[in-house]
Design a protein around this ligand. Structure first.
Ligand SMILES: *Cc1c(COP(=O)(O)O)cnc(C)c1O
Length: 367
């Protein structure tokens, strides 16, 4: 077993660090998934999950990673043509998933590090026969936060009422403001191992009536991610197949942790951690280390920051030096690997822990 390090040293943008009390909650006896005990467990999870998505609708629990519900999103939510807003690795993956499911898919791309603009979406929807838009709220590969509320509003206003917006909120849910109902997100999904600070292996999603109607029109939606089955099950406090019961125990404990803090205070804590990183980047620049933040101000994710490095500093070398000091961060993603690092300031981390991390990072960068 890996040695249990002191909490507050593991800053990957997923999987994130899990509280010991949540890890321990998994070590409980199995229960049958068709019994009363499971129904009570599932019913008890709903209020906390609905708070994460700010929804009155039932939240689906999928025993899969988040990619499973991305696949479910396009399998259930799109019939004709999909417009995929892309600005990094995960949004590009959403487009690839759509294509791999046989849907005619057009990517509306901006550079990695930029946000997708509502005006551009409006123009594209006006000129194509699309029935679904895919978008990533917090692009974990770049640290960009997309204006999902405005994008949803444009999709509905210019799509002639026939366009649904399918939202990947994997690294935003539970870390920044997200309002499935008020923002009219037709389907929105997240995974367990990002700002929710759970072990990997679960995904969560909320579908509205428009998406469920769309699903009814699809002949080949598949079985494992059939939203009509999820909807039928969740209304009876059941899951369509055998779920990851142990992870549900962890989820119950983590939702308790989150209820103790309150969702809005949780969002504020993430914003404060992000602000600490931005302030530190300025501080380092003042000391002659020309760091940068890839995402432009106003479009920065409160859960993950991609910090650009001046030559000859390199992402993998900085990472390695941090590892030697007992800290885990990430390199830049894909093509950004060499020239940047990513800090996942999400989950149960605090401003104080973030400051300690940055102190160590400063030593490394100035060495
Ligand atoms: C991590 C991540 C995913 C993929 O999640 P898996 O759980 O690995 O399937 C998708 N989108 C975003 C934005 C992510 O951060």
């Amino acid at each position: 077993m890996p040695e249990q390090a002191e909490f507050g040293r593991f800053f990957l943008p997923g999987p994130t660090e899990v509280l010991p009390r949540v890890l321990q909650a998994q070590a409980q006896a199995m229960i049958g998934h068709r019994g009363k005990g499971m129904e009570e467990l599932l019913a008890g999870l709903q209020p906390g999950l609905r708070s994460v998505f700010q929804t009155e609708r039932p939240v689906y629990l999928s025993t899969s990673s988040a990619t499973g519900l991305m696949e479910g999103a396009v399998r259930n939510g799109a019939v004709r043509r999909v417009l995929s807003l892309t600005n990094g690795a995960f949004s590009e993956r959403f487009a690839a998933i759509s294509r791999a499911n046989g849907l005619e898919t057009t990517a509306l791309a901006v550079e990695w590090g930029e946000a997708n603009a509502p005006e551009t979406l409006a123009a594209a929807l006006g000129s194509g026969d699309y029935d679904a838009v895919t978008v990533v709220h917090s692009e974990t590969s770049t640290g960009v936060l997309n204006p999902v509320r405005e994008l949803a509003s444009v999709a509905h206003a210019t799509g002639g009422g026939d366009v649904v917006i399918l939202v990947d909120a994997v690294s935003s849910a539970a870390g920044t403001e997200l309002r499935a109902d008020a923002w009219e997100l037709d389907f929105v999904l997240t995974g367990s191992q990002k700002a929710l600070a759970l072990p990997p292996g679960l995904a969560f999603g909320v579908a509205n009536e428009r998406v469920l109607k769309r699903a009814e029109q699809k002949a080949n939606r598949g079985i494992y991610f059939d939203f009509l089955e999820f909807e039928k099950g969740v209304r009876k406090d059941q899951t369509p197949n055998t779920p990851a019961v142990s992870l549900f125990y962890a989820l119950r404990e983590q939702l308790q942790v989150m209820a103790e803090e309150g969702i809005e205070r949780r969002w504020a804590r993430h914003a404060a951690m992000a602000g600490t990183v931005y302030g530190w980047v300025e501080h380092m620049r003042g000391r002659g280390v020309e760091l940068g933040i890839l995402a432009p101000a106003g479009f920065r994710s409160p859960t993950v920051t991609c910090v650009t490095l001046p030559a000859p500093l390199s992402g993998p070398a900085v990472n390695k030096a941090m590892k030697e000091r007992g800290y885990t961060i990430a390199t830049g993603y894909g093509k950004l690997k060499e020239g940047s690092i990513r800090i996942g300031h999400m989950g149960e981390h605090t401003v104080a822990e973030t400051e300690r991390l940055l102190g160590v990072l400063e030593e490394v960068l100035r060495a």
